[in-house]
Design a protein around this ligand. Structure first.
Ligand code: GP9
Ligand code: MN
Length: 623
């Protein structure tokens, strides 16, 4: 018989090899995973293999060649597509896809520009192996001949797949003890068990969390309530009630990180208005966002409920049927007219449903605004007209009111109209970062006009104005450009510090003050309610009043990183804030447990829908 170069290579082995190699190449080229040593590199190399072998191995059980070929091609395409979907998602969010995200379809239609910005023609290469496999099967070039494997070799094949899986898990355990039970960080999971196994694990988590609500009962809340009570920080004597009876206007400032404040680009100030306004406000200079995959909506969730968002998916989508004890509700009980204002489709982030659960009396969405082509850019209505029209709506509101507003212009991909450009773009290799400065400058201007409009409407003196940045605008994908701007390397420490967002509270008649306490979005609810003279004692919450003498300097990020007064825990290492260098891990150790405990309790409240067992009257009685 004529020998051919691959005469004794089984078709299945070829399909496995193609996909395995491709996955590894994609790991190395399309995800930004830090590999610190040879063992980690080795784990990365082998981690896709066992799953691919098992998935393709099903091909052995097909009777007809045709059906088997179809299966192999189909499987190869499906897994490639899954990988590619993760690549696209990663470009956008620097994160991997989770199951709950797949059900957020109502968001997809609105992503528009943001997504197309992330595609290019070369992406076809992600399917190169599938195409080659297809051609091989279709045209069967004479030099290729596939032989069926013998029964023995088949058995060896499955045994090897199992052995590789155990080897992988064993090595992962050495590299990262208790990986599956303790980690909130998806990159760590993918690095250790591989993308495909990660998705299986994610499906497992999904079913587990669904079961949790059914099994929950009130007794769980007692334990968590005790934890939360012990965490309560009593209000500051001087400031408690300093803003009593005033309207509360809270603005979620899109994608605005703190590094733009008191900073310049090309010698031009980026946020002249915010810099001045901060001086007249209680200005928190060590305040971090704590959002996860739910981005803006996670920030809303944190500030309203003083609960952490989830580590997978957006809680606005996954748990909009839950019971909450929000700031909005609490304010309503105290005579406020609470509402949300955002000139976007009401269903984005499932807001229309979730806002009912949060308890806003009214949601002013895109239909309440006069939106046209002239006053829109990028994602929709520009911030200046948004604020202008919002003030018009506010004039009609019964007072005191609480309005939660969300800006939109400074959103990825940061497109703007030439007429709104007040400073020049930066000049790095990242168009995203270059444009970011221009759109931040625009939003700064919009906030300025907002305050002017409020003054004109006679609302300014009766209103507390709160501004917070919702989450980062510049992801780690732009580290190189960011390093160029900052003039220093973006280490995991610098990256964590970049998660600082502006947070300021302007209270008429109260002098401005810089407050350096370390905190985060989870602290907003108790801080604001106490300023408005409403105590939060007995409430199930994980934040503390940032103005309290008892406030602990601490901010846990949703992915397990955290910041204390002196240290930052990031990239699996402990960093000394005084030097910006790595330090002895033991300085961070006690807080690792604290961060994990808080996140875990908060998750249990959400997964178990535990606040349905909460009785505010009994909580009040305990005071
Ligand atoms: C959309 C806006 C943006 O309504 O809140 O959401 P984001 O993508 O920043 O989470
Ligand atoms: Mn946002």
């Amino acid at each position: 018989m004529k020998r051919t170069i691959s005469s004794n290579i089984s078709l299945i082995a070829v399909a496995v090899l193609f996909l395995w190699m491709k996955t590894y190449v994609v790991y190395k080229t399309s995800f930004n995973m830090d590999i610190e040593n040879t063992l980690q590199e080795f784990i990365l190399l082998i981690n896709p293999l066992s799953f691919i072998m098992l998935a393709m191995g099903v091909g052995f059980f097909f009777k007809s060649d045709k059906a088997r070929n179809r299966y192999l091609l189909g499987m190869s395409f499906f897994l490639s597509f899954l990988l590619f979907a993760n690549v696209v998602f990663y470009r956008f969010f620097n994160d991997f896809i989770t199951m709950p995200l797949l059900f957020q379809t109502s968001n997809f239609a609105d992503l528009g520009n943001s997504v197309t910005e992330e595609f290019n023609v070369a992406d076809i290469l992600y399917f190169a192996d599938v195409i080659i496999l297809f051609l091989l099967l279709k045209f069967k070039p004479s030099f290729v001949k596939f032989r069926p494997m013998s029964k023995m070799s088949r058995r060896a094949y499955f045994l090897s797949a199992a052995a590789i899986m155990f080897l992988n898990l064993g090595l992962a355990e050495i590299e990262r003890p208790q990986l599956l039970t303790r980690t909130f960080d998806r990159e760590m999971l993918v690095k250790n068990i591989g993308t495909f196994n990660y998705h299986i694990y994610d499906i497992f988590l999904q079913s587990k969390s669904s079961a949790q609500r059914a099994l929950a009962d009130g007794s769980e809340l007692t334990e968590i309530g005790n934890f939360s009570d012990a965490n309560y920080a009593a209000p500051n004597d001087e400031l408690f009630g300093a803003a009593k009876g005033k309207n509360l206007i809270m603005v979620s400032v899109e994608s605005t990180q703190a590094f733009v404040m008191n900073n310049k680009v090309n010698g031009q100030e980026i946020t002249p208005f915010l810099n001045d306004f901060a001086k007249e406000s209680l200005n928190f200079t060590n305040f971090y966002h704590q959002t996860g995959q739910g981005k803006t909506s996670d920030a809303e969730f944190l500030t309203e409920n003083s609960l952490y968002p989830l580590s997978r998916g957006a809680v606005f989508f996954t748990h909009s049927g839950n019971e909450f004890n929000s700031m909005a509700e609490k304010l309503e009980e105290n005579g406020y007219y609470s509402n949300a204002m955002h000139a976007n489709n009401k269903s984005f982030w499932n807001r229309d449903i979730m806002y009912d659960a949060i308890g806003y009396e009214r949601f002013y969405d895109v239909n309440d605004y006069e939106v046209n082509e002239d006053n829109s850019v990028n994602w929709g209505m520009k911030d200046v007209p948004f604020f202008e029209q919002s003030v018009g709506l506010m004039k009609e509101m019964p007072q005191p009111f609480y309005s939660k507003m969300i800006t939109l212009t400074n959103h990825h991909p940061f497109y703007y109209d030439e007429e709104d450009k007040m400073i020049d773009e930066f000049n790095s290799n990242s168009g995203t970062l270059n444009r970011y400065f221009v759109t931040v400058r625009y939003t700064d201007e919009a906030l300025k006009t907002f305050v002017e409009d409020l003054k004109e409407a006679g609302l300014y003196e009766d209103s507390v104005i709160v501004l917070y940045g919702d989450h980062y605008g510049i992801s780690e994908n732009h580290n190189e450009a960011m390093a160029q701007y900052l003039g220093k390397e973006v280490t995991p420490y610098v990256s964590a510090e970049l998660q600082k967002v502006p947070f300021m509270i302007h209270i008429p008649g109260v002098d401005g003050q810089e407050i350096s306490t370390v905190g985060g979005q989870v602290d907003v609810r108790p801080t604001l309610l106490h300023l408005l003279g409403i105590d939060t004692k007995g409430d199930v919450q994980f934040g503390q009043d940032l103005l309290s003498e008892d406030h602990e300097n601490f901010a846990a990020f949703r992915d397990g990183r955290f910041v204390t007064e002196d240290y930052v825990y990031a990239g699996d290492a402990c960093w000394d804030k005084a030097t910006g260098e790595q330090t002895d891990a033991t300085y961070c150790t006690p807080y690792i447990e604290k961060a994990a405990a808080e996140l875990n309790y908060s998750d249990r409240v959400i997964y178990g829908d535990l606040l349905r067992f909460y009785d505010p009257d009994s909580a009040i009685k305990e005071q």
